[in-house]
Ligand binder design. Structure first.
Ligand SMILES: [Zn+2]
Length: 284
């Protein structure tokens, strides 16, 4: 069974590599042009490995520092989701712009990620859970205020972190509005972005969010990049790429970036991309 899995996995890697190479050569100019106006949004969680925590949500501090070094050396601008949205809508140059987002509001986002981001003059977006702010292992409102004062964006990751698609409609206002109202009390204004827990949402969720015009965008777990078209037409269904430590060091980040661009490009050409999302895309 395990051997069969690895066999299928190897085939999948080869298929993805072939797709990537095919796109690069057949559509090279178009692909490069697409990259000039598409912005990958990357999703981090814990920066630092915490014993007992799901390894999937932890990026070691050293590796995160390498990520920032990589962005710096390769000429990327690291910006918030709100800034990317503004630039895309204004038609500004977004070539080599990348958005860093952090979900759940872990304390190490403040103690580890925030100082490292500041070292490079980078800004990022932090989505916090209403019920967790100020709890053990989580950031406090005072820390969020400080980060915001230094250019970081704060967003909402709902009240309870339960996937919104399984929440009874009657509880949606509590899940969506309550954490934003709490942030307003502490920050002094309405935040403008939401990240769906597990990337999950449905029509009832979209209808609920439409009641609050100050909510400008929401992030799903759908792979790809965001473009002016996507931000304008489906602002509550923006794309985002999860970043995990798969043991490949900086190559892992390069692959995820390439995958975000590649999936976004294929999607822009009308190709169904759900199948590709499951495959590992090499750097090309
Ligand atoms: Zn989360």
């Amino acid at each position: 069974m395990v051997r069969l899995f690895f066999k299928i996995f190897r085939v999948a890697v080869v298929v993805a590599a072939l797709v990537a190479l095919f796109v690069q050569y057949k559509y090279k100019d178009e692909y490069l042009a697409y990259k000039q106006h598409a912005v990958p949004y990357l999703m981090y969680h814990s920066i630092g490995v915490v014993p007992g925590w799901d390894k999937d949500v932890c990026i070691p501090e050293q590796l995160f520092a390498q990520h920032l070094q990589y962005f710096s050396e390769h000429g990327y601008q690291v910006i918030t989701a709100a800034e990317a949205r503004r630039k895309l809508l204004a038609g500004e140059d977004v070539a080599k712009n990348v958005v860093l987002t952090f979900d759940d509001g872990y304390n190490n986002n403040y103690t580890v990620a925030y100082p490292l981001l500041q070292k490079y003059g980078y800004h990022a977006t932090f989505f916090v859970i209403g019920n967790s702010v100020g709890g053990p292992d989580y950031m406090t409102y005072e820390q969020l205020q400080e980060m915001h004062a230094h250019g970081m964006e704060i967003g909402s990751h709902t009240m309870s972190h339960d996937p919104l698609n399984i929440i009874a409609t009657g509880y949606l206002p509590w899940e969506i509005y309550q954490p934003i109202n709490l942030l307003r009390q502490h920050l002094g204004f309405y935040i403008e972005g939401i990240a769906y827990p597990n990337g999950a949402y449905n029509q009832a969720v979209l209808a609920e969010i439409h009641k609050y015009p100050f909510i400008k965008y929401a992030l799903t777990g759908k792979a790809g990049c965001n473009t002016a078209k996507i931000v304008r037409e489906t602002p509550l269904e923006l794309r985002r790429m999860g970043i995990y430590d798969n043991g490949n060091g900086i190559t892992g980040l390069e692959r995820r970036l390439e995958k975000a661009y590649l999936v976004g490009f294929l999607e822009s050409k009308g190709v169904p991309t759900d199948w590709l999302y499951k495959l590992t895309v090499p750097k090309i």
